[in-house]
Design a binder for this molecule. Sequence first.
Ligand code: GLY
Length: 433
Amino acid sequence: MKKCLLLGNGGREAVLAEYISQGFSLYAVLPYENPSIIEYVKKSNGKFLLGDPFNKKIVKNFINSEGIEYCVVSSDNLLQEGLIDLAKSLGLHTFGPTSKGAKIEWSKTYALNIVEQIAPEMIIKNSHVTDEATLKHIIDTYKDDRFVVKPEGLTGGKGVKVGGIHFKGKEEGFTYAKACLKESGNVIIQDKIEGREFTVMCLTDGEHIVTTPITFDYPYRFDGDKGPGTGGMGCLSFENGLLPFLEQEDVDKCSAVMQKVIQYLNQDALEFNGVLYGGFFKCQDGIKFIEFNARFGDPEALNVLNCLETPFSEVLENICQKTLSKENCKFKKEYTFTVYVVSPDYAIRSNREACIFTLNQEKILEKGVKIYFASTKPIEGNMYSSVGTSRLFAIVGEGKSLEEAKEKVYASIQGNLSDNLDYRKDIGKIYLH
Ligand code: GLY
């Protein structure tokens, strides 16, 4: 079997590990023993190396000594740091953009400038600010806190703060914007708009694109969309690939823009393949652009890969051969539903002790769902420990209706997790219509 290297260690990498291992021997460099990734490495007769995936020397030696031929990277920081550039320089077939291609994610102003050229009608009024006096002047033009503060660089999906939700009043917004400015020398102030947010992810070989089912993410920490923004507490997708408030025409508009963005990024050389993730708002006056990511979303990857009908190994081959098409990348007509389980402190306090927890895997799996571990390492049996401060594990269900998929996931959670864990109880309930 061909050998494929996966770098990274979250829930998104856990689902990638599962799907890569169905057609490749899976190799992994990861900083701790993520139980899902290790399971798929072993099942596919691959090998893992516990080490820092950012360390290019370690990764290079592993690739050379194991004779690895393919490499998949879908984590923002690893892409920015040029791990795909390294794999390409060693002659591997790669899935994921170079650092230059990933600039579409790690520079918000770069992304805005490109969309301004391609689809000016999708741009929300914004100012790119590089000094404090101008920042004060821009914020003073707002009557109240109806603006959004966007840091320029990577923030793991958690840096954007919306007036009236994440900060109250102009002063608090100004204080946060000043901190962003100090951090990177740049900050974006954007009008706050009313609309429904949705995600469009396109698989691409650098030339052709295939739009995956649209996903709806629940980024807020608590039920009722309360609390701070997170990487995502849950996510769903519908059997028709749309959402109740979206038409095919809306998605087609986004896909057309994303196709042009990919063309722009690859105008001189192949800098971008893999996944382009577009965050958009549907508003009364049309579709508005929020941001691009140069990778699968997390949890969005869990929904979309579980919806894939074509084996992922074939999709990966077609991406590497530049022969991707709708005919060789098909999706099942099913609903998918993901809930992330976290420590009660998640996104609230960052300096905390490890969360030791148990889950009854056998009982959970009996409900026909899947478990994907994220920032978790095993202790023994059904006992695990958190690693760092991120999400612990996700449970994913599929169904012929949203209710069926949702029921499976929540039924699997009931009574099968230790009491020191938390999750949102309202995924799929609100804000869809
Ligand atoms: N769920 C949002 C992200 O992956 O950035």
